[in-house]
Write a new protein. Structure first.
Length: 181
């Protein structure tokens, strides 16, 4: 007979599983491994975040962020067809596309977590766009959007910005936008 884990033991196991995984782990997967429901895992994730663990939620599950990463906000503009090229540019240079943010005049700020770290993540995202009934957020703001990009060091972020500029994707963040993103 298997003993039930206490809440503290369960949360410790969840953190250990995320530390050992390079890919997101779903709430269902974490729940099965710890003997609880997905809903209990969601509550555990909230408690772990409150303790300061940098847990990221993605469409594919939970991922432990790297606290040593540095993050920078960038503004870009491109077409839907150029999305894959933009994302591959970031990940090929060692960056992670943490999220996408648009400032819509009617709806306000809209943010979606992405956490795209490699070309496989780019392919999964692009397949969701191609086969889904949705389109990228950039379509509601004439191609303009923001990303928080994380990397291991500031020089990596500098290289990413330079390459996006070379490709004509980088846009200037206007003074009034800085406080709104």
């Amino acid at each position: 007979m298997e003993l039930e884990l206490t809440g503290a033991e369960r949360r410790k196991k969840i953190i250990e599983m995320m530390q050992g995984s390079q890919t997101p782990l779903s709430g269902t997967t974490l729940g099965k491994a710890t003997g609880v429901s997905r809903q209990v895992v969601v509550q555990d994730i909230a408690l772990l975040r409150a303790e300061g663990h940098p847990i990221l939620a993605t469409t594919r599950g939970y991922l432990l962020g790297r606290p040593s990463d540095v993050t920078r906000l960038i503004k870009v503009c491109h077409t839907t067809e150029q999305t894959e090229e933009e994302l591959n540019t970031v990940v090929d240079l060692g960056g992670c596309v943490v999220d996408v943010v648009v400032n819509h005049r009617a709806y306000g700020k809209l943010t979606a977590a992405l956490n795209i770290r490699n070309r496989q993540d780019v392919q999964v995202f692009m397949e969701q766009i191609r086969t889904g009934k949705s389109s990228p957020l950039l379509n509601i703001t004439s191609g303009y959007h923001f990303h928080h990009i994380s990397a291991d060091r500031p020089e990596t972020l500098d290289a990413i910005e330079a390459r996006l500029h070379e490709k004509g994707f980088l846009a200037e963040i206007l003074p009034y936008e800085r406080g709104n993103v």
